[in-house]
Design a protein around this ligand. Structure first.
Ligand code: GLY
Length: 349
């Protein structure tokens, strides 16, 4: 797996032209979904290198992140004459970069691809680090491969196309990056006015946040060790997300923000994370994300969902906890009693 280059661009045209110039190809394809086709592609329409590109449009949102959509992309590539030397540009949120990355990684045993993330979540997380894939058999990201894009082009101008919910969703992953990084970064994140975001400041914070992810992925691209730090908030988070899916679906980042609460509670109880910093983080989350209305009757279902997490080994639920900000403790466990206590804290704390 070659290392991908992340470009925090000032000007999309020149960054994209450079990236494409560095990826010799015969034919150029651009994958969009019905939202980015309408809202984002027009911002690229004057770029001369893209004039030759063939667009492939797929349905938007997670429900389309499936085998059928993947097959439709393979089909379009095949029918429109893509070869092993073709290049695919993924323009969209995490669904497009994950599915497009997987389509590129498997078509004719792999063609090169470039990610242009258009949501905050995809900018700070999904598009960086080479995880590609689709949902399968009712399970999220069940089938996929690790394979880096050649370039990730971050143009924070796209943040202007996002609604407040999608900003909050991506911001949860930034909060996670702050917790696993430095006090200064965490402090800035929990003091930020997320309800009225200063986009200039947010743009700089996106750059800092992506660097945290890049640093970790570089050390452990295949998640054998330290990359598990990026799973902070995700053990409870994925269970909350699946639980909500059967009732009233929530955005991934909301599930992660909610997941950080019980996981920081466990970090205080088990690995010595400072109570005051946990409280400050929880207050920020509650103020900006609200809560999820679970009751104690939901605990068994949530724990069952945690048992299905693909991060587990030998049937034991795997947690990432924190000893302090930046002090990452991977491969932690908790008893059922402790998990229930953490859920009590989530509801009442
Ligand atoms: N989203 C977590 C990771 O890329 O490892």
């Amino acid at each position: 797996m070659s290392k991908q280059e992340v470009i925090l661009c000032e000007e999309l045209e020149s960054s994209l032209t450079t990236a494409i110039g560095n990826c010799p190809h015969d034919k150029l394809f651009i994958l969009t979904d019905e939202h980015t086709h309408r809202l984002c592609l027009p911002q690229l329409s004057n770029i001369p290198t893209l004039k030759e590109a063939t667009e492939i449009i797929i349905g938007a949102e997670d429900i389309h992140k499936n085998l059928e959509t993947l097959a439709s992309v393979w089909q379009a590539l095949s029918e429109k004459g893509a070869t092993r030397h073709s290049l695919l540009i993924n323009l969209g949120g995490g669904m497009v970069t994950d599915l497009g990355g997987f389509a590129a990684s498997t078509f004719k045993r792999g063609i090169a691809y470039i990610n242009i993330p258009t949501t905050l979540l995809a900018m700070v997380d999904a598009s960086v680090g080479g995880k590609t894939g689709i949902n399968f058999g009712g399970l999220k990201n069940e089938v996929g491969v690790f394979n880096d894009s050649k370039f990730v082009i971050l143009d924070t101008e796209f943040l202007k196309t996002l609604d407040a919910e999608n900003i909050c969703s991506g911001y949860a992953e930034m909060l996670k990056h702050g917790l696993i990084s430095t006090e200064a970064m965490w402090e800035e994140l929990v003091s930020f006015d997320l309800a009225n975001p200063d986009l200039k400041q947010l743009q700089r914070m996106v750059g800092d946040s992506v660097k945290v992810k890049e640093r970790i992925v570089e050390q452990d691209p295949h998640e054998k060790s330290i990359r598990k730090a990026l799973n902070l908030g995700h053990t409870f988070g994925h269970a909350f997300e699946s639980w909500a899916l059967k009732r009233k679906p929530i955005l991934h980042g909301y599930a992660v923000a909610f997941g950080l609460i019980p996981e920081l509670y466990l970090s205080v109880a088990k690995t010595g994370f400072p109570t005051e910093k946990m409280r400050q983080t929880v207050t920020f989350i509650k103020e900006n994300y609200g809560t999820l209305n679970i009751t104690c009757d939901d605990y068994d279902e949530l724990i069952e969902l945690m048992h299905h997490d693909k991060k587990n080994q030998n049937g034991i639920i795997n947690f990432t906890m924190m000893g302090a900000i930046g002090d990452i403790r991977i491969n932690q466990t908790a008893t059922t009693e402790e998990i229930k206590e953490a859920l009590d804290f989530f509801r009442e704390g």
